[in-house]
Design a protein around this ligand. Structure first.
Ligand code: SAM
Length: 278
């Protein structure tokens, strides 16, 4: 293969590979290796520690599915917290909901925010919205210090390595429950079922012990390993599958629809088997 190619290795025998036009920025931050690259196929792309975080071409799938599933499940989301998410994609989607009075974003790495604004403006452009408060800090501590504050919490973190290790623990989910109001909802990205089955199983188990309603949903994201991505949703009161039609208000999306909201919870058999609902 000619030219410069980048591979995110998933196992010793499998990876996802793409051609890079040029590197826009490389920096070892206090937390991770940050790279912004321009790719032939996917537009500008953010890599952290050699893993694909987001690309201009397919980012809408992930960001819409993190944000709109819990926001349409909750009848009146006003206060929202995003843990991680420094590229701003989830915030951009949250801003499409007029009921949201304030969204707080806490990313541990200010450099992700800075370089996303510079090289991923179509993703990051709502970070300066006046309804948004951006904090640079550890999401684990932010959660530990919050009580009965949020209607919806979204965890848009890196994989459970480096600074995100604590964000995949039962103690963190218990903290999220405390930080949520009595009818709050949370969602976290939980990687893919082909190579991270144990992680998904563990998170489902832990969340299920804390939240009365725990569900897994999926989306198709071509630049993430295996292409099939999961999200774990924990809810204190509202079932994401029992939403009145009137709750869906029109917003501009490219992946999420009200039918897809429900369809995303229909799992392939091997996935429902792995979380014990098959
Ligand atoms: N969508 C991506 C994925 O699924 O691979 C992740 C997006 S990326 C913006 C995740 C962000 O989580 C990074 O900017 C990283 O700095 C942040 N992060 C990691 N650990 C964190 C922590 N403990 N507290 C807050 N943010 C954290």
């Amino acid at each position: 293969m000619g030219g410069l190619w980048f591979t995110e290795k998933q196992t010793d025998h499998f990876g996802i590979t793409m051609k890079v036009k040029r590197t826009l920025h490389t920096e070892q931050t206090d937390f991770q290796l940050l790279e912004m690259v321009k790719t032939e196929e996917w537009g500008n792309m953010l890599l952290l520690d050699g893993m694909v975080m987001t690309s201009e071409k397919d980012e809408f799938v992930y960001h819409e599915m993190v944000a709109h599933v819990p926001l349409f499940t909750h009848p009146k989301p006003e206060h929202v917290l995003v843990v991680g998410g420094g590229d701003g994609g989830v915030i951009r989607e949250i801003m499409k909901h007029p009921s949201v009075k304030k969204a707080v974003l806490v990313d541990i790495d200010g450099k992700v925010i800075e370089y996303s604004k510079k090289y991923l403006p179509s993703i990051a452009h709502e970070l300066d919205n006046e309804r948004v408060e951006v904090k640079v800090g550890d999401g684990f501590m932010e959660i530990a210090e919050s009580e009965n504050e949020y209607d919806v919490i979204m965890v848009d973190s890196t994989e459970p390595v480096g600074p995100a290790v604590n964000l995949f623990t039962k103690g963190f989910y218990a903290g999220i429950s405390k930080a949520l109001k009595e009818d709050g909802i949370f969602v976290a990205q939980t990687d893919n079922p082909w190579f991270k089955a144990d992680l998904i199983r563990e998170v489902q188990h832990d969340v299920n012990e804390i939240f009365p309603i725990t569900k897994l949903y999926i989306a198709n994201i071509p630049t993430y390993p295996s292409g099939m991505w999961t999200f774990t949703l924990g809810s204190k009161r509202y079932d994401p599958l029992e939403i009145e039609e009137s709750r869906f208000h029109p917003i501009e999306t490219k992946y999420y629809t009200k039918d897809l909201h429900k369809a995303a919870f229909v799992l392939p058999k091997f996935v429902s088997d792995l979380i014990g609902t098959g």
